[in-house]
Design a protein around this ligand. Structure first.
Ligand code: PMP
Ligand code: GLN
Length: 392
């Protein structure tokens, strides 16, 4: 009998922990869990080390070290017409992973409905459960061009009188979708009409590859600043996933909810790392553009190799993930679903990927897909391709 609380029992161990452990066991190239295999900027590391040497070792201010709040507000202000106040609007959290439950626990009441797009990043579904809320799902499906989108009537039908919030992740993990302005306009109009709040997860905000599909913050749309909590973090943009520096940006009436929970979840985030984060956000230089060109090239190399092997790949316009339909390959290999395929890829070729069915409420909907991460050195991607080619 499990002693895990009933609200968390359905979720088990995350797929990222499971697949990384399998990758280590089989010495596989890990294209499963999304983390780069190279270090983040020297500037950030030097500033964090200097902060330790300067004695910044005690609790940080509950909602963030002032210079980090200022750097986050400065960067976000460039997208907004509303002035962003570093102290009134920005809360520093321990990664976006903490910002999510802080937002849910601080702003959602038991029984409230929350709309999620599926496939969803796994922690959203758990956050809904932690907040004793009720999830409503809108499914993203590939259109004729392979880009994932949603059905307008399905989205309209998901809003009810009990809708408290909708969560939008753009650029989207795991599909690589970047929500278009037209899609965000529709979401915004439904939020305004139903008096719902929007929670946006923008951790891949800087990782977009198509000039015609830029990242747009929902909070920048008319009437949305007042009703949006914008979440993001340092990890993906600056190759510092282990630092766990994230943030929530919102008007004071929503920030008060986020902080009400944050003060009891972690109270504050590691002080020296906040100093390191501030240094790189104040002075990002060309590093993000360099990562982006590497990721774009990796994406193209991996997509071409997967297509050559019989996968149907979907356009990855943002993030550092690519989704593919593995049906034809699985038929050849005798794999029964996405989990079975991932097991076979690790054992037969030494390449780890993520089975995305865990990101669907009805797992059947995701079992034809597989997700690969391409946030790696070019050599790593070449090695993975070389290994995958043994499937031929
Ligand atoms: N949201 C999404 C969509 C993610 O892919 C991740 C990946 N880690 C997170 C949130 C968590 O962000 P962080 O590492 O800053 O906690
Ligand atoms: N966001 C990362 C991914 O999607 C994993 C984060 C984690 O391990 N929790 O691969």
């Amino acid at each position: 009998m499990s002693s895990v609380a009933t609200r968390l029992q359905p979720f088990g161990t995350t797929i990222f922990t499971e697949m990384t452990a399998l990758a280590v066991k089989h010495n596989a190239v890990n294209l499963a869990q999304g983390f780069p295999d190279f270090d983040g900027p020297q500037l950030a590391k030097d500033a964090a080390k200097a902060a330790i040497d300067a004695g910044h070792s005690q609790y940080a201010r509950m909602f963030g070290v002032p210079k980090l709040n200022a750097a986050i507000a400065g960067a976000f202000s460039r997208r907004m017409t509303t002035a962003i106040d570093p102290d009134a609007h920005v809360t520093v959290t321990s990664g976006c992973t903490e910002a999510l439950p802080a937002t849910f626990l601080g702003l959602i009441n038991p029984g409230d409905e929350v709309i999620l797009f599926e496939p969803f990043y796994d922690s959203y579904r758990a956050c809904v459960a932690l907040a004793s809320a009720t999830p409503r799902f809108v499914t993203l499906r590939p259109d004729a061009s392979g880009r994932f989108g949603f059905d307008e009537s399905e989205l309209r039908a998901a809003f009810t009188t009990r809708t408290r919030a909708i969560l939008i992740n753009t650029p989207h993990n795991p599909t690589g979708k970047v929500f278009t302005r037209a899609e965000l306009d529709l979401i915004a109009s439904l939020c305004r009409h139903h008096n719902a709040i929007a929670i946006t997860d923008e951790v891949y905000e800087h990782l977009t590859y198509e000039p015609t599909l830029p990242h747009i913050s929902l909070a920048s749309l008319p009437g949305m600043w007042e009703r949006t909590v914008t979440l993001s973090s340092l990890g993906k943009s600056f190759s510092l996933t282990g630092w766990k520096i994230g943030w929530a940006i919102a008007p004071p009436h929503l920030t008060s909810g986020v902080r009400a929970a944050h003060q009891f979840l972690t109270f504050a985030t590691a002080t020296p790392l906040q100093h390191g984060a501030a240094a790189v956000l104040e002075n990002p230089g060309p590093i993000v553009e360099e990562y982006k060109s590497l990721f774009r090239r990796n994406r193209d190399v991996l997509a071409a190799a997967l297509t050559g092997l019989g996968f149907r790949t979907f356009p990855s316009d943002g993030t550092y993930f690519i989704m593919a339909d593995h049906s034809a390959v699985s038929k050849r290999l005798g794999a029964t679903d996405d989990r079975d395929l991932c097991q076979k890829l690790i054992e037969r070729c030494g390449v780890a990927a993520i089975p995305p069915s865990v990101f669907y409420e009805n797992r059947e909907h995701g079992k034809a897909f597989v997700r690969f991460a391409y946030c790696k050195r070019a050599e790593t991607i070449h090695q993975a391709v070389h290994r995958l080619n043994s499937l031929q």
